[in-house]
Design a protein. Structure first.
Length: 278
């Protein structure tokens, strides 16, 4: 069985130099070329390089020190570079574009548009391909997360409730529209926080840290904001919640807790006209 992880990064040793690059030790897969344009300065036999392995135009293993936008086993938002009679080809940061067969498209992909896809090895051809049918590649296992745990999410789909997201490249989750206080668009990568994992395994998330950490983080933000405004702001606990959302992207409850936190620390004075630094 090959030890090379196709479509992912590999640590490989340089075994020889040639005019057009260097060859890396692929063991049972043979020597793998790293073309000259990607060879680091001063590279010599015996060095171990971190390289991405994929297939060239002739379906041979080839290495690069470029960083693709996505690896095998991951989801990403990618732009269509071109289409032909066989499918679409996505720009994933390498010279050879990433193929999406027509059977793996939910709708016909159009040049210049972006789509959320999963990247994997085709079981028949062993080529690196992508699929827009991302539901098929999400885990069926019940997630194990704690309330407030930080996760990485990719915004995947807009719904009436909010946005479906892909959590840690494995699970489906939901950000609810009435709890989003910042711009969110399809394809965005964000940090989010676990609100709850339901009995059916579905994950509810929020974009602000939970509990005390949320207040601590926003207290620092609010203090810095007051400093930037010359030591006084015209906002207080009577300010409309919508104005607070628009200004800071947090709920009025979080704002009031942060104000109380700064007041207890004797960093601010509360006035009828707003808040002033001590």
């Amino acid at each position: 069985m090959s030890h090379i992880a196709l479509g992912r990064y590999n640590q490989l040793e340089v075994v020889k130099e040639v005019d057009f690059g260097v060859y890396l030790n692929g063991d049972e897969d043979g020597e793998i070329l790293l073309p000259k344009r990607y060879v680091p300065a001063g590279c010599k036999p015996g060095d171990v390089l971190n390289v991405f392995i994929y297939l060239d135009m002739e379906e041979r293993l080839v290495a690069t020190t470029l960083h693709p936008y996505v690896q095998v086993g991951e989801f990403a938002s990618l732009e269509v570079a071109w289409v032909n009679q066989f499918g679409a080809f996505l720009n994933w940061g390498l010279m050879k574009d990433l193929f999406v067969p027509f059977r793996e498209q939910k709708m016909k992909m159009l040049k210049g548009n972006r789509y959320i896809v999963h990247v994997h090895l085709d079981e028949e051809s062993f080529r690196i391909v992508a699929s827009a049918k991302v539901e098929r590649y999400l885990s069926d296992e019940k997630p194990v997360y704690r309330r407030g745990e930080e996760v990485d999410v990719l915004v995947w789909q807009k719904t009436d409730l909010g946005f479906k997201v892909i959590v840690d490249n494995r699970f489906s989750g939901m950000l609810y529209q009435n709890e989003i206080f910042q711009p969110v668009k399809l394809g965005m990568k964000l940090k989010a926080y676990i609100k709850q994992v339901r009995e059916d395994g579905k994950i509810d998330l929020e974009l602000q840290p939970y509990g005390a950490k949320k207040v601590d983080d926003f207290s620092e933000t609010l203090l810095q904001y007051i400093k930037e405004k010359g030591g006084h702001i015209s906002l207080n606990d009577k300010t409309d919640a919508g104005v607070i959302y628009e200004t800071f992207g947090v709920s009025k409850k979080t704002f009031k807790k942060a104000v109380g936190d700064l007041y207890k620390k004797r960093l601010i004075v509360l006035e009828d006209t707003g808040i002033r630094l001590v």
